[in-house]
Design a protein around this ligand. Sequence first.
Ligand code: FAM
Length: 435
Amino acid sequence: MDPLKQKFIDKASALKAEIKSLLREHGSKKVDEVVLSQVFGGARGIKMMIWETSNLDPVKGIRFRGYSIPELKELLPTRPGGKEPLPEGLFWLMLVGEIPTEEEVKWLSQQWTNRSNVPEHVFRVLDSLPVETHPMTQFVMAISALQTESCFARRYDEGIHKSEYWDPTYEDAMNLIARLPRIAAYIYRRTYFNGDHIPPDISQDWAGNFGHMLGIENDEFKSLMRLYMTIHADHEGGNASAHTVHLVGSTLSDPYLSFAAGMGALAGPLHGLANQEVIKFIFRMLDALGTETPSKEQIADYVQTTLSRGQVIPGYGHAVLRQPDPRFMAQKAFAEDYLQDSDIVQVVWNLFEVVPPILQSLGKVKNPWPNVDAHSGALLVHYGLKQYSYYTVLFGVSRALGVMAALCWSRALGLPLERPKSVTTKWVKEFIAEQ
Ligand code: FAM
């Protein structure tokens, strides 16, 4: 058995036994109380699932297995001489809870290279779609087409014992992650470059090779891709894409179909599509103002006009966070290191000053601060990746790392079918009347 798989099942078996005795002793302890406004309000804050790979603190932001993004930048292996962490290292950490060595990360990079072959029929499915099909639609369809390769579906069909579900889930997770950059790059090149595809360079790491296949041969851009793929990977379990993968996976739908479903959730403008919406918002603002370098006053006016039209300011606000998103701050730090002089980055920084007080003044926005999506587009534009309809695909490739690691845990821990309770408003009225 491969060393990561062995490590994973050793850890998961130990935790499974621990959970069993924990539930035997404390299973009836109350962990939460639900009020009516939460039932009508998108289930905000209700503790209702297990997600081992990361945890989101409203003030401190995301912690991957307890580590903050600045800590990961210190601790995770990088390319020789590089500054940004390799996403391979984050996957290892999320899967087994340990910071990997350089050797272990090298091994994982090689594994993903070995597993990266995408069957021809997936490209044929993509090529049959109109080229103007939204890249996220193409992404979902390609992942669904790839489901023919699912080890889980095949083993289930053959009658696998439920104690072994984790094994083909791990295989599918590793194979899917390995194949995603090729699929995502294919979508980019067919949509915007007339199908002028770039073959993989197997000497590169996972994110570096992705950058190469996109066609942006720039070391700084590849560093950005390593950072981008690391910080977008996981945001605990309740966000829409992660929760969808978790829910669909709980039916024992295989990892490919579960991930495709999650990508449908990521494609919503209140979630992952916000990264395209932010840059669209910025481009439209610059267009409307007739300048690349608007003043803070001009930006403030434009923001107010947007709000008065009943539209949200994309990239701002969050269902859980109550401080500037550390993922925004990590990208800001990258921009401070590499591209201080970029006009579009300056616009993002001016928005960071202007938007929060305006949102605060509305009196209803719980978090006026920027989230991860407020910064990413400006960095991509700087390096020439200006086709913003594509941005959510990048987010999706990264998100696979977290949700696939978490899915391995769900199957190894034997988590059951998820099935919360819904009620009707009639039930609510009767409930109130009985109080
Ligand atoms: N601009 C204008 N209004 C906003 C706002 C924003 N950026 N963020 C929140 N609000 C409004 C919100 O629409 C709601 O108004 P109504 O009561 O009139 O419906 C009110 O403030 C209270 O909302 P909340 O409790 O503060 O936020 P929610 O938890 O309901 O929603 C978000 C959270 C993320 C959906 C919301 O802040 C939003 O729409 N932001 C813009 C879209 C965005 O950037 N999404 C990306 C989130 C990201 F981190 C990700 O998933 N990738």
